[in-house]
Structure formats: structure tokens, C-alpha cells
Design a protein around this ligand. Structure first.
Ligand SMILES: NC(=O)c1ccc[n+]([C@@H]2O[C@H](COP(=O)([O-])OP(=O)(O)OC[C@H]3O[C@@H](n4cnc5c(N)ncnc54)[C@H](OP(=O)(O)O)[C@@H]3O)[C@@H](O)[C@H]2O)c1
Length: 416
């Protein structure tokens, strides 16, 4: 009904009639292409009659982010019923976001025309922190100024503004002492780390400080969360990282993870060396302190080495495949050591346990407020109203490049 470019000049002269007709005609659709009637001040479009001007990084086909992502401008109608209009605060760029755009990730948000794009599209990004800027009359739990995160992945977070149902959002009850970075990165990586440590091993809490976990990808967002949660819960950690270009850089990375609470940090080369067995004996008092859990996001030989380090009856949980190599396991580990091998996917887990997900987020934020959960390093990509799309898509393209100084993070600096 309301197609781009057909809003007549009567929009301004007879706005209320237009608005009534528009509302009646397009009740379920919440956003459409940019209103030609919108006024501009300088470069920023301002809302007329409650419309919010928005931009979103969208894709209509799968491929490399630099080839398929584009910035789409559209307008968002005033919220009604249980709708909530949001402004982006910050949104991270996670490996899974890129895999999703490449079309190689199992969850694929449907391509839709709700934003008024010529071809059906999806909005990139799966997590982020948003501020509520307007609410419909039926909204009960949220008000202007509240900060929220997405209840589920796949809702599209790389956008300056969004309109969603109240039921799709989790309100951050107490934002005191918390930053957009902390809130925007809490719902995927820390939740993954938290659940994998708690749900795949029955830790003997009487032996606090005497049990271990081992993980690869320890410099990742998940890895850093694992280190800090394990430290908090009295579990020792062996953390595998990749060597840096120089020994000094490798040492600097090891020190950084030690400062977060890592008990031991080893390089992938050390893990795969013949000497690793002796190193393990030294760390674990000749095996008297068991290694009860292995967390694998790399695969290949690295994952096999983690499995070999485990004590009998332990668990290896795979949650990523950064090396793109399969996990191969010597049969003896299954037969004689009775190891269990699992996978974990936070999206599916969160859909199944929405309340537990919210509780987990709150637990992590509580630790963050208490200074016990440090910010991940980020490479901030400022997103102002007139930021060029190439600056944004180049940032996305970098996500899987490896050896980075921090995770990409969109920080929105435009107004309402
Ligand atoms: N299953 C789930 O529910 C779930 C949830 C969250 C994340 N994940 C997965 O967990 C992994 C980490 O995610 P993140 O967001 O925490 O990552 P991140 O902060 O963006 O960091 C990426 C990490 O991957 C490492 N890496 C990249 N290529 C590698 C390779 N070829 N071999 C070994 N390591 C490599 C990097 O190591 P360097 O520092 O050495 O470059 C870095 O530590 C990803 O695979 C992601 O998809 C899974």
C-alpha cells in the first residue's frame, strides 16, 4: 500500500488524514522506505509526525560482507500497541554474524521487504544494546530511556534504529555502572562461556581450586569470559592461544590473559609439542588435580590435543570451528577414558531457556558492575548518521581475519 516514492505532497498539508489512512492500510507493517516528506536539518533527517529516520546494514543474497552488505535508509512509523522504537547504542561484530551473511551458518534470518527494500533482505548482526526512544500505548514493561538487548538472535542489530515487539526484548533492569559495550556484548559470548562451564561438568565444589578446564581460542570473547568465570568459581584454566608475530607479542598476550585470571597460558605450538605432557603433569600435580572439561572452538589437531589432556570421564564441548578443520578423535579416548563429546549452540539453548538466559545475563552484568568481569578489547567503528557504508562493511569484512587487537564494535553516535 505504502510504496516508496508515492507519498504525495498532501502528506504535509493533510497529515492526520494521511496518517489515519496509512495506519489502517499498513497496520502489520512497521517500517517502509524513506519518507520523501521528511525534513532535513543539515545532513540529518528529522522526524515529521513522529517518524524516525533509520539506516540498516542489509543483505539480499549470501556472500562476502563487502560484496553483499549495503546501507539502506528507511523510515519507522510511530510505535503502536506493543511496539517499541529503539536507537542503537552499540553492536558487536561476531564471527557467526559473518558466517550468517556468507550463508554458511545454520540459522538464516528470513529475507523480508518490511524495510521497503526493492529485494527482500535481512539486517545483519545478532546482538547489541539499544535505547528505547518511544513506546506504543500497550507497552507495559519498557519506557523511554530504558536499555534493552535482543531476546533471541537473528533479529538484526546492525541498524541505527529498529522497531520491535516488547516481547522480543530484554530490559536491562539496572544500567548503573554499565557501558553500551558491556551490555551489547553480554548476551552471546559470556552466556556461552557461562553455560558451557556450568552445564557440562558436575564440578566438585569441595575441591575448589583443585579442578581444571582446558580451552583453545582463549583470546576470543568466549575465551576471555571462560577465564574470568572460571576464576570466579574456583576452577583453574589452561588456555591455548596462537603465537603472535614476535615472542614479545606472544608474552604480552599471555600476560594479558594471566591478568584476567588465567592459571596457565600456552601457545598452540606448545600444546602440540612432545613436551606438553610433562607441562601438564607439572601443572596438575601429576594428574592429582583433574582436567574435567575441554572447550573447543578451533578443531583439527588442536582439538585432538585438548581431548588427550582430559582426565577419564571428562567432557569435551565443541562450540566453534575457527580452523575449519574437523574434530578427529583417537578411538582409545572413547573406549578407555570414557570421554564424552558434546556440542553447544547458545542460540538454540536461549530459545529453549529464555528465563535462564535472562538470569545468566543478569549474573554476568552483576559481576561486571562489581569489576570482576572486564571489557573485551574492541576495535570501535563509529557509526554517525552520515557514515559511509564502505567504512561499515569494511569493518564487518575484517571480522574473520584473525590476530586482531579487538573485536569489531559498531558504536552509534547519531541522535534519536
Ligand atoms: N556455539 C555457540 O553458541 C557460540 C557462541 C559464541 C561464539 N561461538 C564461536 O566461538 C568462536 C569464538 O567467537 P568469539 O566471538 O568469542 O570470537 P572473537 O572474539 O571474534 O575472536 C575470534 C577468535 O578466533 C581465533 N581464531 C581465528 N581464526 C583461527 C584459526 N584459524 N585457528 C585458531 N583460532 C582462530 C582468534 O585467535 P587470534 O586471537 O589468535 O586471532 C580469536 O581468538 C567462534 O568460532 C564463534 O563462532 C560459538
Amino acid at each position: 500500500m505504502f510504496s516508496r516514492g508515492v507519498v504525495q505532497s498532501t502528506y504535509r498539508s493533510n497529515a492526520s488524514l494521511f496518517w489515519k489512512a496509512f495506519r489502517a492500510a499498513s497496520a502489520p507493517a512497521i517500517t517502509r522506505g524513506t519518507l520523501p516528506g521528511a525534513l532535513t536539518t543539515g545532513r540529518r533527517y528529522i522526524s515529521v509526525y513522529g517518524y524516525t529516520q533509520a539506516k540498516a546494514l542489509v543483505y539480499s543474497r549470501y556472500g562476502e560482507p563487502k560484496d553483499v552488505l549495503r546501507l539502506h535508509k528507511h523510515s519507522i512509523s510511530p510505535p503502536h500497541g506493543s511496539q517499541v522504537t529503539l536507537r542503537l547504542l552499540a553492536a558487536p561484530l561476531n564471527p557467526a554474524d559473518v558466517n550468517q551473511i556468507q550463508g554458511v551458518y545454520p540459522s538464516k534470518p528470513p529475507f523480508q521487504t518490511a524495510l521497503g527494500t526493492q529485494d527482500p533482505c535481512a539486517v545483519g548482526g545478532n546482538e547489541g544494546a539499544f535505547e528505547v526512544i518511544a513506546t506504543g500505548s500497550g507497552v507495559k514493561t519498557l519506557s523511554k530511556g530504558d536499555w534493552v538487548v535482543m531476546k533471541q538472535t537473528g533479529q538484526g542489530t546492525w541498524r541505527t534504529h529498529a522497531q520491535m515487539e516488547e516481547s522480543q526484548l530484554i530490559k536491562i533492569e539496572d544500567t548503573d555502572g554499565l557501558s553500551p559495550l558491556q551490555i551489547s556484548t553480554v548476551s552471546v559470548n559470556p552466556v556461552t562461556a557461562y553455560r558451557m562451564i556450568k552445564d557440562f561438568c558436575e564440578w566438585d565444589w569441595m575441591r575448589s581450586g583443585e579442578e581444571w578446564l582446558i580451552q583453545n581460542g582463549a583470546n576470543s570473547g568466549v575465551g576471555r569470559a571462560v577465564i574470568q568465570l572460571a576464576r570466579e568459581w574456583g576452577i583453574k584454566t589452561i588456555n591455548v592461544v596462537r603465537e603472535r608475530k614476535t615472542p614479545e607479542e606472544t608474552e604480552a598476550l599471555k600476560s594479558e590473559l594471566h591478568e584476567l585470571g588465567a592459571t596457565a597460558v600456552v601457545t598452540e605450538t606448545e600444546l602440540l609439542s612432545g613436551d606438553f605432557k610433562n607441562m601438564l603433569s607439572g601443572l596438575t600435580r601429576n594428574g592429582r588435580e583433574p582436567i574435567r572439561l575441554a572447550l573447543n572452538c578451533v578443531g583439527g589437531k588442536n582439538a585432538t590435543a585438548l581431548a588427550k589432556a582430559l582426565s577419564p570421564g571428562s567432557h569435551l564441548v565443541t562450540y566453534g570451528a575457527m580452523s575449519k578443520q574437523p574434530v578427529s578423535l583417537p578411538s582409545g579416548l572413547l573406549i578407555f577414558k570414557n570421554l564424552a563429546f558434546d556440542g553447544f549452540w547458545v542460540s538454540k539453548w536461549g530459545d529453549k531457556h529464555p528465563q535462564l538466559k535472562e538470569n545468566t545475563i543478569n549474573d554476568v552484568l552483576q559481576l561486571t558492575r562489581a569489576g570482576k568481569f572486564k571489557d573485551i578489547p574492541v576495535e570501535e567503528i563509529k557509526w554517525a548518521w552520515d557514515t559511509d557504508s564502505t567504512a561499515l562493511t569494511a569493518g564487518v569484512q575484517e571480522t574473520l581475519s584473525g590476530y586482531r587487537s579487538g573485536k569489531g564494535l559498531f558504536k552509534y553516535e547519531g541522535g534519536d
